[in-house]
Write a new protein. Structure first.
Length: 282
């Protein structure tokens, strides 16, 4: 041991750890930073040689042109409606299913949970054609349910897994006391379990919202009406036939990621709490 309580090997390990963290942060945030900087440049600065890293002067012209070139207001509204609806539907059903798996006498509980996770690994692209044919037959193409229903189904397995493991961390004595006091199973779920499981519910909600917000394949395949596009699909409309307007695309992509960044920043404590509580104690 050295005078300050740490030997050389320990210091070397700490140094390596912090270097790895810094490299990971740089690797993760550099593309997003470059995207934002590009969106704040004039077109002449973007194609300038040698490359100009910092926009000078800073301009928001690309953002104004984005809304002129495409109905981005409609894209934002569509993404909000689809993502929020998928989140509410998924969390509602996943909460009931998770409560049953965590508290009620259900045979082969672990097998059910494993099956849910296996279902979530099924490739989305393999279901695109049958979904398209099914929704065409029942008249759901170019409607919000055409996206809300698949998004909810695909987010359901991971939500059930998270909520089930989180419900198991809540002492059953609290629930027993509520039942003795005359509360029903549903009342116990609403008044006792649900408030205590807020971090787990928030985690499942955010995962569902982010997955729905970022999804491109189904939104592109099941929506042919431009005014029904979500933001990831709407960004593709900014391309020209012979020239790629990197400034417009960067501005559109920045508009797409800003709500997700704000959501994670404001609810990061609940997200971390929900993930760690379920994984450590479940």
């Amino acid at each position: 041991m050295t005078r300050n309580g740490l030997d050389f090997d320990t210091k070397l390990q700490y140094f390596g750890f912090y270097v790895a963290v810094v490299l990971l942060i740089v690797y993760s945030f550099t593309p997003a930073l470059w995207l934002i900087l590009t969106s704040l440049k004039e077109t002449s600065q973007i194609i300038k040689v040698p490359l100009q890293y910092i926009p000078n002067p800073v301009t928001f012209e690309q953002y104004s042109q984005v809304f002129e070139r495409a109905p981005f207001g409609a894209f934002i509204l569509n993404s909000v409606i689809v993502s929020l609806s998928s989140m509410v539907l998924t969390v509602f059903i996943a909460t009931l299913a998770s409560y049953a798996l965590a508290r009620l006498r259900v045979r082969h509980k672990q097998a059910w949970l494993t099956a849910f996770l296996l279902i979530s690994t099924y490739p989305l692209i393999a279901l695109m054609v049958p979904l398209f044919q099914t929704f065409r037959e029942i008249g759901l193409l170019n409607t919000y349910p055409a996206l809300i229903l698949p998004y909810s189904v695909f987010s359901m397995p991971i939500s059930i897994w998270i909520l089930t493991t989180f419900f198991r961390t809540i002492p059953s004595d609290l629930e027993d006391a509520a039942l003795i006091d005359g509360c029903s199973r549903v009342g116990t779920l609403i008044r006792v379990i649900f408030p205590l499981s807020a971090p787990g519910v928030a985690t499942a909600s955010m995962i569902t919202f982010v997955n729905s917000w970022n999804e491109f394949t189904l939104a592109f395949s099941l929506m042919s009406d431009e005014h029904r596009y979500t933001l990831p699909v709407g960004v593709t409309l900014l391309r020209d036939q012979f020239v790629t307007p990197w400034g417009l695309i960067s501005a559109g992509a920045t508009i797409t990621i800003i709500p997700l960044v704000l959501l994670i920043v404001f609810y990061q404590k609940s997200l971390i709490s929900g993930l760690t509580a379920g994984s450590v104690k479940g």
